[in-house]
Design a protein around this ligand. Structure first.
Ligand SMILES: NC(=O)c1ccc[n+]([C@@H]2O[C@H](COP(=O)([O-])OP(=O)(O)OC[C@H]3O[C@@H](n4cnc5c(N)ncnc54)[C@H](OP(=O)(O)O)[C@@H]3O)[C@@H](O)[C@H]2O)c1
Length: 233
């Protein structure tokens, strides 16, 4: 069974993935912003936090990590009319949604090269393909960057048995239903989803579990869409 570093493991998609992977008998080393509940604390808004997390995860795992899942993320609105809020949101979004994942991918690739390979699963978003709302340019850009990074890693290191996958959830219910829908624009969003509902965190968690435990090596470089056919490529 695999030793897995999973970011954003406290709630939502990360908690669902953690539960599914634990049921599969993997050792899941989880992270959240403030820790607790057996998780390592790391705030990716702080430079160097991802590197420090990696060292703690390595120590916890006895020196061997087989899988890294970059799931932690923030979805924060920024008004384009406010230059300070706009640039602040870009910095914060890129740091948490992209740079931390890149730092962990870098450390994972170097580690996997010494240990016969490994898997990376990056949780991006439908927004990385389709774009997002006018207040979330930065989020779509970070997630699009994550997709390009995943493909680059898959192509660059497959020969060393280092495999990289992305998942791109559409709207995924991760909190109280009413709060969640309100934060994403209300009932109107359902009209855009042929399946007629948003995804559950458990559905995304199951896709992540499958990529860790079962996906064939030839799938490396692939992006798994989970969006009720709201964006079909
Ligand atoms: N839900 C959706 O509709 C949706 C759609 C597409 C893609 N996604 C992506 O799926 C992933 C999980 O989303 P979710 O909706 O499950 O998120 P969520 O419920 O809001 O949970 C976010 C997770 O990220 C952690 N986190 C937040 N800020 C952080 C920071 N500054 N440093 C380190 N960790 C931080 C949180 O830790 P704390 O609990 O300590 O705050 C939590 O574990 C994200 O990458 C998100 O972009 C979500």
């Amino acid at each position: 069974m695999a030793n897995i570093l999973l970011t954003g493991a406290s709630r939502g998609i990360g908690l669902a993935a953690r539960n599914a992977l634990t049921l599969d008998s993997h050792l899941v080393i989880g992270q959240s912003t403030s820790g607790g509940d057996g998780l390592i604390a790391a705030d990716f808004a702080s430079p160097g936090a991802a590197d420090a997390l990696w060292e703690q995860a390595l120590a916890t795992s006895g020196g061997r990590i087989d899988v890294v899942i970059n799931n932690a993320g923030v979805f924060e609105a920024a008004d384009i009319a406010d230059p300070d809020a706009f640039s602040g949101a870009w910095s914060r979004s890129l740091a948490i949604n992209l740079q931390a994942a890149a730092d962990l991918c870098r450390l994972a690739v170097l580690h996997f090269q010494q240990h016969g390979g490994g898997r990376i699963i990056n949780v991006a978003s439908r927004a990385g393909h389709r774009g997002d709302s006018p207040k979330h340019w930065h989020y779509a850009a970070a997630k699009g960057g994550m997709l390009a990074m995943t493909k680059t890693i898959a192509r660059g290191y497959a020969a060393q048995n280092i495999l990289a996958f992305a998942v791109t959830p559409g709207f995924t219910m991760t909190g109280m239903a009413e709060d969640y829908l309100a934060s994403r624009g209300g009932d109107k969003l359902l009209a855009d989803i042929p399946l007629g509902r948003v995804a559950s965190a458990e559905e995304v968690g199951e896709a992540i579990r499958w990529l860790v435990s079962e996906a064939p090596a030839s799938l490396t470089g692939a992006t798994i869409d989970i969006n009720g056919a709201s964006y079909v490529r």
